[in-house]
Ligand binder design. Structure first.
Ligand code: BGC
Length: 426
């Protein structure tokens, strides 16, 4: 019954053609690198994998993610091990209520200023689409993850912060980098002794994205880069050449940026709960639940990803869905809807990761695999549909037949570590 429901609405797992999606990824990657219209911005980071970490030199790190904003100092010891001090965590400005540009940067400066006595430079991990300047400042193209601070769009976030910190004595450099770029660099910093042929950084948390390394000669939109290679933020969350079901369309219509970030809205933690609720409501309108459950589901206004995942995993444990008047048949139906949505997200995530590995051109020799550092709670914590193992299974089936070799690794706090390495080495 639920299978027919998804077939009817165009969310059909059996017909999800990952090879076709990878081919579209490849076309959009090439167009993005040429500066032609593309859903993949392929943003040069002006950072490379050539990393040497100074020992015992502290750096301030700002990690502006989808939900939290963390600040701390990081110092690396003689073994390359990071030590985090002066850590504090704040809500990301603009998540709950709208803030002005000035409020945004003043709040940021107020979180960072207590750390100024401890280090000279700042590594600023900014997990949003930013055009990076050759001196590693970042101009916010537009917000993703439903952040409400419209005046920040178009601004150079490093310069704006620097303006507010200079009167407090700050004279150092601010290096702005994407969280996937930071995650990739964290992989480099921990893999210096391994024989990796290349590196990829992946985030699957509130949002999703991949960074890879591309030869400068292929970055045709930036012709004066010279020889070598550069880390590229692919901005895969905005990938748009994939089938959308009418359930996806209904979710998009209710977001602040309906035409954008279609891929992210299918696979990341910031949206999967609400996507689930959208599917549940459509199913309720079509009479797939008992009368009582139907009324209760239609009255729900939000559903967090964690609550949807928890219910699908353990449908009798207390939570917003379990508190509804459900029969066992209702529970089975909700669970199956959840399994389908999370299984699709896992498969699409595999395509996302594979696209980054293929684009890197590495991994053709089993002696030198590509190091794929993956970060993000959605990837590691989602229980439904055996999310992580399903992602890895789909990734293997895409890459084994191409004879590509890779290692997936997990380094706790990768965005912080990578931003520290980038901030300290400039
Ligand atoms: C942002 C990316 C970021 C990703 C993961 C997306 O919403 O646009 O820049 O890398 O989330 O945090």
């Amino acid at each position: 019954m639920i299978k027919n429901f998804f077939l009817k609405h165009g969310l059909d797992l059996d017909n999800l053609d990952l090879e076709a999606i990878l081919a579209s990824f490849s076309m959009d990657m090439t167009a993005g690198l040429r500066g032609e219209p593309s859903s993949l911005a392929m943003i040069p980071s002006y950072l490379s994998c050539d990393v040497k970490i100074p020992i015992n030199k502290p750096v301030i790190v700002i990690d502006a993610g989808g939900t939290n904003l963390r600040v701390c100092t990081v110092t690396f010891d003689e073994n390359g091990a990071p030590k985090v001090d002066h850590f504090s965590k704040h809500p990301m400005p603009g998540t709950d209520k709208e803030v002005s540009g000035d409020e945004f940067f003043s709040l940021l400066a107020s979180y960072v200023s207590p750390l100024l006595p401890f280090a000279e430079n700042i590594g600023f991990c900014f997990s949003y689409p930013c055009e990076i300047t050759p001196d590693c400042d970042g101009r916010l193209i537009h917000w993703s993850k439903q952040i409400k601070a419209p005046e920040v769009e178009g601004k150079l976030v490093g310069s704006e912060l620097s303006k507010r910190l200079s009167p407090l004595g700050f004279k150092g450099k601010i290096t702005v980098l994407n969280d996937t770029v930071a995650t990739l660099i964290a992989g480099v910093s921990q893999g210096l002794k391994k024989n990796y042929s290349n590196y990829v950084g992946v985030i699957l948390g509130t949002g999703t994205n991949t960074a890879t390394v591309i030869d400068n000669c292929k970055i045709l939109k930036a012709p004066s880069l010279g020889s070598g290679s550069m880390i590229i933020n692919m901005e895969t969350g905005n990938f748009a050449r994939l089938p959308l079901s009418d359930i996806d369309e209904e979710l998009h219509a209710g977001t602040m940026d309906p035409g954008r970030y279609k891929f992210e809205k299918q696979i990341s933690g910031g949206y999967l709960g609400q996507l689930g609720l959208t599917a549940l409501k459509i199913a309720a309108r079509e009479g797939l639940f008992s009368n009582e459950a139907q009324k209760a589901i239609l009255a729900l206004s939000t559903l967090e990803n964690k609550d949807f995942d928890d219910f699908c995993d353990a449908p009798y444990v207390n939570g917003p869905l379990n508190n509804l008047p459900l029969t066992d048949e209702d529970r089975r139906a909700i669970q199956e809807i959840g399994r389908t949505i999370y299984a699709r997200a896992a498969k699409l995530s595999a395509a996302n990761i594979a696209a980054g590995i293929i684009a890197s051109g590495g991994g053709t020799d089993p002696l030198s695999p590509v190091c794929v550092n993956i970060d993000g709670s959605t990837y590691y914590k989602t229980k439904t549909a055996e999310f992580m193992s399903r992602t890895l299974e789909a990734l293997r089936s895409l890459l084994e037949k191409r004879n590509l070799y890779y290692r997936t690794i997990c380094i706790p706090d990768s965005p912080v570590i990578g931003a520290a390495v980038a901030g300290i080495t400039r």
